[in-house]
Design a binder for this molecule. Sequence first.
Ligand code: SF4
Ligand code: SF4
Length: 478
Amino acid sequence: MQLQTVLHRRFQGERGTQFVYVATSAAILGFDAPTAAVVADFAQDGGRDDEAWLADQPERDKAASTLNDLIDLGVVRPVGEAAAPRAQLPPMPFPLATLVLNVTNKCNLSCTYCYEYGEDRLTAGDGSKGTGKPKMDDDTARQSIDFLLRSCGDRPQVSITFFGGETLLNFPAIKAATEYAEEQAKAKKKRVHYSLTTNATLLTDEVVDFLTRHRFGITISIDGAQQDQDRHRTFQKGVGSFDVIAPRIRHLLATNKERKGRSIGARVTLTAGASPAPATYRFLTQELGFDEVGFAPVTAGLGREYALGEKGYEKLLREFGELAEDYVAAALRNETHGFANLGDLLRELHQGVNKAHPCGAGLGLLGVSTEGELGLCHRFVESKSHAVGNVTQGIDESVRTAFLTQAHIDQKTDCTQCFARPLCAGGCYHEAHVRYGDATVANLHYCEWIRGFVDLGLRTYGRILEANPKFFARFEQS
Ligand code: SF4
Ligand code: SF4
């Protein structure tokens, strides 16, 4: 019989273990050198005939047993064998876990690269004016909470995320929604987790007190030290924002620490000409005191001088490699490291995440516009496409199901041979919607970057697994 390995990625640990990441099951398997050699034999194009292969083996019984083990593990399969069918969708209507409330579509900064309202805006709005009603009113905020609590099925916990524009421009709606959710969740015996993203310009003492008292998960959009922050993140008159936000962030972090709040993260938009990621990471964690830092390459139209370009992505991967060294060193001391991109990836690898859809948008997560319209996520409510109902009348289940069926990874034939598929699943719907005019297609413009980063994650995972496997226990708790 002709046998061949399934889609996989091989990589090596530092202590000789050969690992195989099996893309069909998202399992990471560690093998000794002889077993790894069998995997390599059957990985060749067109596969191998098992009888012919066995006839060449000096220890036939041992080789046959190894081959059978690999078949049992799903690493080697008959050529042309149809893959086991998998569910297109979980039972619908799928209970909601997270609702993202766009409490305003206005912003008090004018970041050059802003995909929402800047030169490369993805929405159909009018620059920083945004689209639709500028602020969500308190009634819509409360109706959104009612909608979430009646759409979450038996889940014991739900999440409410506040987003903008600049989210804190509508602090009254955040307060109204949080206080109402607290009361309603208590009556329904549910737990609620709150989170928010902000540019930190409006973190007054009152806001900081409120957010830390309600144990918000907080993400601050900041690009690094003064020169990086002020290059693109400016007020409307072009003045940099660093001097305004730095003391506010310090106050937030100190109060949060005192109250033993959730970890607070920085989200850095990476542009051409920015400081190296490791330097920015050190500044944000050591000088400002952030718990975590996540980096996102800028979303930019072709030809923008701040776009990263091919060389920029290569450089970034090397810089992520440097941060990964620090991550491994911390993991070997059994300490948490705040490089969020890598931490999230290692968590997914450890949990064997195998995505049928790239993210929860439309499934466990929906976005709400300032007017109470429901979209696949917070990005879609601003661009006014892929509407899936509203908070008073509920979800249009036929539109939701049709979208998710079309967006399933099995429909993305371009991704069939990609080992990163269990983690990427074609990438962000909104980016695909903007780039290709179709939210359900794969984002083929960033495959190399994704695969490079997943490779880095796999190598890092293998190194930590060999030297300190108990480090991963922290990823088993949630
Ligand atoms: S979009 Fe690219 S990287 Fe992502 S799964 Fe598809 S082929 Fe792989
Ligand atoms: S569609 Fe894109 S922006 Fe929306 S939740 Fe998914 S990954 Fe995020």
